[in-house]
Design a protein around this ligand. Structure first.
Ligand SMILES: Cc1cc2nc3c(=O)[nH]c(=O)nc-3n(C[C@H](O)[C@H](O)[C@H](O)COP(=O)(O)OP(=O)(O)OC[C@H]3O[C@@H](n4cnc5c(N)ncnc54)[C@H](O)[C@@H]3O)c2cc1C
Ligand code: FES
Length: 268
């Protein structure tokens, strides 16, 4: 574990902040990889890398305040010290100049923003669908909008209350594109597991290759403790990014339940 000083802390949305830090290893991570963030004296939690800037040696995590550890992290300021292990896990598959769909909601955007940046570099044609409860909950809207306006790509926003973009669920907007006959070489998704499960079913129906980044409770993050298992996979080691084929093998669990720290099943 390395101790690092926070360079900046930025509010992104209600209860969501980004934490930028200097760490060469993290800055060289791949889109989809995650780190374990240690909050001194309290806990260690898994977080996706939301910025990868190898030129400056910077990286970031974007954190929603949900419980004790994330609340303590939200109280940190630039100059404060935290710890980092990683990057861990696999990454999204990036192929050159392909037509792809990206579907994200909530802090799932944390791993999808660097993915979009990498795909844009590879001259992909990106259809990015971004979902949120309301306009103020949209994450990285400006960042993605600016990126995609420079590439041959588009951004479609869906908010549940209709305060911005299309009204409704982002999965409905995605479904419409498939029904209109649009073809994609890959669908990437990260966000609430129910949303990812709906995208998995759409990708199955329209026979599109699919990758989703999963969350499970984690302790070791290096494949030893078994806390993060889904079916035959360890999310920290074989994941967090899984293909449609892999998810088909665990479809009784994916989008339905996960193991808590005490080993008991809880609904996702
Ligand atoms: C690979 C990976 C990447 C992640 N990336 C991000 C990210 O980029 N941004 C972000 O905000 N969060 C991310 N998470 C989720 C994050 O790790 C949890 O929200 C965090 O551990 C909660 O800690 P806490 O002590 O604040 O909350 P707790 O008090 O532990 O829990 C509060 C609530 O959050 C849920 N929760 C706790 N841990 C997890 C977990 N590992 N996965 C799913 N739900 C959990 C609990 O069920 C409970 O409802 C990621 C998780 C994984 C496994
Ligand atoms: S967190 Fe220990 S095996 Fe994945």
């Amino acid at each position: 574990m390395r101790t690092i000083k926070l360079l900046s802390v930025t509010a992104e949305a209600p209860a969501v902040k980004s934490f930028v830090f200097n760490d060469v290893l993290c800055s060289k991570g791949e889109p989809g990889q995650f780190v374990m963030i240690w909050i001194p004296g309290l806990d260690e939690v898994p977080m996706s890398l939301s910025t990868l800037d190898p030129k400056r040696g910077h990286a970031a995590v974007t954190v929603e305040r949900v419980g004790e550890a994330t609340k303590a992290l939200h109280n940190k300021k630039a100059g404060d010290t935290i710890g980092v292990r990683g990057p861990f896990g696999n990454n999204y598959t990036v192929s050159r100049a392909s037509k792809v769909m990206i579907v994200g909601g909530g802090t799932g955007l944390a791993s999808l923003a660097p993915l979009a940046e990498r795909l844009a570099k590879e001259r992909a044609e990106i259809t990015f669908l971004m979902g949120a409860k309301t306009r103020s909950h949209l994450l990285f809207h400006e960042r993605i909008h600016t990126l995609l306006s420079m590439a041959k790509s588009r951004l479609i926003v869906a908010t549940e209350d209709g305060s911005f973009g299309q009204r409704g669920l982002v999965t409905t907007s995605a479904g419409k594109l498939f029904k209109q006959g649009e073809k994609f070489r890959m669908v990437y998704t990260c966000g609430p597991e129910r949303m990812m499960q709906k995208m998995f079913l759409l990708a199955e129906k329209f026979r599109v290759p699919f990758e989703a980044s999963l969350e499970r409770f984690m302790r070791c993050a290096i494949g030893l403790c078994g806390t993060c298992v889904i079916g035959k996979y360890r999310v920290c080691k074989e994941g967090p990014v899984f293909s449609g084929q892999q998810l088909y093998a665990v479809k009784d669990e994916f989008g339905r339940w996960r193991k808590g720290f005490d080993g008991r099943k809880t609904k996702v």
